[in-house]
Design a protein around this ligand. Sequence first.
Ligand SMILES: [Zn+2]
Length: 169
Amino acid sequence: MLELDNFVVREYFKRRIGDEGLGIMMSVPEGEITDEEIAELSDTKLTAVRKTLYRLYESRIAEYRTERDDSSGWITYLWRFNYDNVKKILEDEADSKLKELESQLEEERKGVFYQCGCQRVLFEEAAEKNFMCAECGTNFEYISNDELIQELEEKIAKIEQWKEKIKKE
Ligand SMILES: [Zn+2]
């Protein structure tokens, strides 16, 4: 369900909990688990695991319940992921990613682009500068963005498919 290999999911969690957090999450199996067990599974320091868990708790992605050992008085925190919330968050994330990609696609479709040694600009800007870049001293040459458009279209299709899939789960 978490599909941490999906790029929308990865980007989202990477932003929220960083690379280390992502590594921690990837090693968490379904069901309840203690922070010590996660630390062992992910080969990470317990303090880092706790930091990640509390951050996920704040976003309502992870939740815990406590269990008290009657003889020792020791309290155990049992963590689990709230998959309904994860699903909602990921759907929102997919929507905002789609919006971003679609507006980028629109820009690419309506623009004609030129490239020098250091940057890519619209035809209008290249023409204004007489097709010569003052920054790197090379000419602006026409560059096709067909491949980029295709890439964007594929990315959008992938996210749409994925959205349909998580809706059904
Ligand atoms: Zn340049």
